[in-house]
Design a protein around this ligand. Structure first.
Ligand code: AN0
Ligand code: CP
Length: 317
């Protein structure tokens, strides 16, 4: 595997789950594979889980790992070509990327949607430049439109907890005070659509996702109806995708918060969220602390998905 940015890159999902569960049984089986190989993780945005789980995954494979927080200590980067660089940015991305490539074998990149231009975000301009100019395999640690390491971990988690072959999985929008990217929701939808699960998306009007990601999912505007009979509730906030509100918060209606009363409509569903989560906005304390909440095992599986991806990339070097 030469890059990992979306569901297609991982190939057959049943195999991907089997590979991940094999790693989970013995995560130190491949410590020779990454020997003398260097993983560079580049963050344009904050992270707790991705940073730690991916670094741990690299170490499990015997890799050396380096982390660069671009906004803390590196030079401010110009990203536009043709700009006369007489402002506050001393370095251009077009030098920075190949230079980073000189010092490592694999690069992970986190760069969220910037909400300045929907086209630039949905073209994955920054990630594409890394792919084009670094000379190294690139994997996404959440880019503008997708968070595939998260979705892969989510899939592993559902496979571990599901009680029926074709569970009903509901992606539910939930309120949040600040504009968040659509990446986690898009990506989760993309991965769920690649399974044979019964997949439903619920959100208030105005929060429709890009139809490319919605795919064959059923969209239900009545959250309570969507929750009926669900086996998994996957809560997430996202900002508006549709124009003219792209990147905006158009509603923070706490009637959409996931609470005990709504969970009671489900088939004793498990509660999932990628974290970080704002309690009593997205989900009540009671639900996230309940035995049905699997947010911690879900986060733990981030190490496994990252290791499965790094292993595949290492095998292709
Ligand atoms: C980010 C998001 O919604 O994309 C990262 C989630 C993994 N969340 C926040 O910025 C709070
Ligand atoms: N879920 C997730 O990617 O968390 P971080 O933003 O903390 O990495």
């Amino acid at each position: 595997m030469k890059q990992f940015t979306c569901v297609q890159d991982i190939g057959d999902l049943k195999q991907a789950v089997a590979d991940a569960l094999e790693i989970k049984k013995d995560r130190f089986r491949y410590t020779e594979l990454g020997k003398n190989k260097t993983l560079l993780m580049i963050f344009f945005n904050s992270s707790l889980r991705t940073r730690l789980s991916t670094q741990k995954a690299g170490m499990n494979l015997g890799m050396n790992t380096m982390v660069l927080d671009v906004n803390q200590g590196a030079w401010k980067l110009e990203t536009e070509r043709g700009v006369i660089m007489d402002g506050d940015k001393p370095e251009h991305l077009l030098e920075a990327i190949p230079v980073m490539g000189c010092y490592c074998d694999i690069i992970g990149v986190r760069s969220f949607a910037r909400f300045e231009s929907k086209e630039e975000d949905y073209d994955e301009k920054l990630l594409s430049q890394f792919i084009q100019y670094s000379g190294r395999p690139i994997f996404s640690m959440e880019a503008s439109t997708r968070h595939p390491l998260q979705s892969y971990a989510d899939l592993i988690t559902i496979e571990e907890y599901k009680k029926t072959a074709r569970p009903k999985v509901v992606l539910s929008w939930a309120p949040h005070p600040k504009p968040l990217p659509q990446a986690v929701a898009n990506s989760f939808a993309e991965w769920m659509n690649a399974t044979d699960y019964d997949f439903v998306i619920t959100h208030p009007e105005g929060y429709e996702l890009d139809p490319v990601f919605v795919g064959k999912a059923k969209v239900e505007y009545d959250q309570r109806k969507a929750f009926e009979g669900a086996d998994f509730i996957y809560a997430k906030n996202w900002s508006a995708y549709t124009d003219p509100n792209y990147g905006k918060v158009i509603n923070t209606d706490r009637a959409w918060t996931v609470d005990t009363e709504k969970m009671a409509l489900t088939n004793n569903a498990y509660f999932m969220h990628c974290l970080p989560v704002r309690r009593n906005m997205i989900v009540t304390d009671d639900v996230i602390e309940s035995p049905q909440s699997i947010v911690i095992p879900e986060a733990a599986n981030r190490e496994i998905s990252a290791q499965a991806v790094l292993k595949k990339i290492l095998e292709s070097l």
